[in-house]
Design a protein around this ligand. Sequence first.
Ligand code: N2P
Length: 362
Amino acid sequence: MTKLKLAAALAGLALPAPALAEGSLNLYIWSDYITDAAIERFAAEHDVNVTVDVYDSNETLEARMLAGASGYDVVVPTTDFMARQIAAGVYQPLNRELLPNLVNMNPELMARAARFDPGNEHGVIYMWGTTGIGYNIDMIAERLGEDYEVNSWELVFNPEIAARVADCGISFLDAPTEMLPAAMAYLGLNPESRETADLEAAAELLASVREYVRYFHSSQYISDLANGETCVAVGWSGDVFQAAARAEEAGQGVNVWYAIPKEGAMVWFDMLTIPADAPNPENAHAFINFLMEPDVIAEITNYVWYANGNAASVPLVDPEITGDPAIFPDEETMSHLFTAVTTDARTDRVITRLWTRVRTGQ
Ligand code: N2P
C-alpha cells in the first residue's frame, strides 16, 4: 500500500476504485509453493497490493476456474488439467512482449509443457516435480529392518508391507489422477492408460490397502512428516524435502527422505497462467516476468525444494538441490518417469466414482 492509500485508509476515507493497472494482483497458487520474500519484493518493486490464496488440489482450482469470475490474475494449474481448461477457454494467450524474461526458460522443458499447450501460448513453467514417497528413515528401519531400502511402491501398495508400517502413520495424496497411475505402475500396467479396466484394477489395489492409510490429504503431510506424526506419505517431491528441511531445523532427530519408486513415478509441470477474465492482466504479466528473473526463481527453488524451468537460474540454486537426482532428475531417473494425461469428461466420471470408493473403503 502506498503512503497515500494508507493515510486514506487510516482516515476512513473511501478510496476510489484503483484507476491504475498497477493497483493489485490476486494470486491463486498451491500451498507451500512461494516465499513471502518474493511476494513482498514484487509488491514493493511494482507498487502493487498482492493477495495470495492457496489450494492443494487441481480439482479445487478447476472448479474455481470453470465457475468463472474468480477475480484471480495468476493461477498455477498442472499441465494435464491446464490443457482441458485451455480448451474450455479459461486462460488468455500470453502477451510475449510483456515477458522478455522468457529467454531465461529451459527450451527442452518448455517443449515438454508445449505438449499440453501448443507453442506455450498460455503458460510458463513455474515449478516441476515428481509424485513419490516421503518417509521417516528411522521409523521404517525399525519396522522393516535396517537393510530395507525404500525404492518401490510396495511400501504403500503391498498390503503385507503397508500393514507393518501402518502404526506410525501412512498418508495418501487426495489426488486421484496421481494415485491411480502410481498404483498402475506398481501393478505393471501402463500408468498413462486411462482404460476403465486399468483404472478399476488400480482402485482395487488402493482399496486393498485402505485400512492402513491414516488419511487422504495433499498438504497436511508436510508438517506431519516433519514432526514425526506420520512415517510415510505419498507426496510431491519438494513438499517432502520441505518436511525434511523443517525436521532438520527442529533438531528433534526426525529424519525424512524422498524416494522415486523404481516402478515409475509421475513427473508433472505446474504452469503460470492468466485467467481470461483476470482483472489485472498487466500486473499478471509483470508478475510472471518477475518470476522468470533468475535470482527470484532460484531463491524460491532454494526454499520450496522444487526444480524450476528457468535455465538461467540453475547456477544460483543451492548445489544440494541441483545435485539431487530426486529433485533435478538425471537421464536415468527420467527414464522411469511417466507423465500426467489429460482426461475427458467420461473418464473423469469413472475416476471420481472409483476415488469415492477408495476413500470410503467401500
Ligand atoms: C506444492 C504442491 C505442488 C505440486 N505444495 C503439485 N503439482
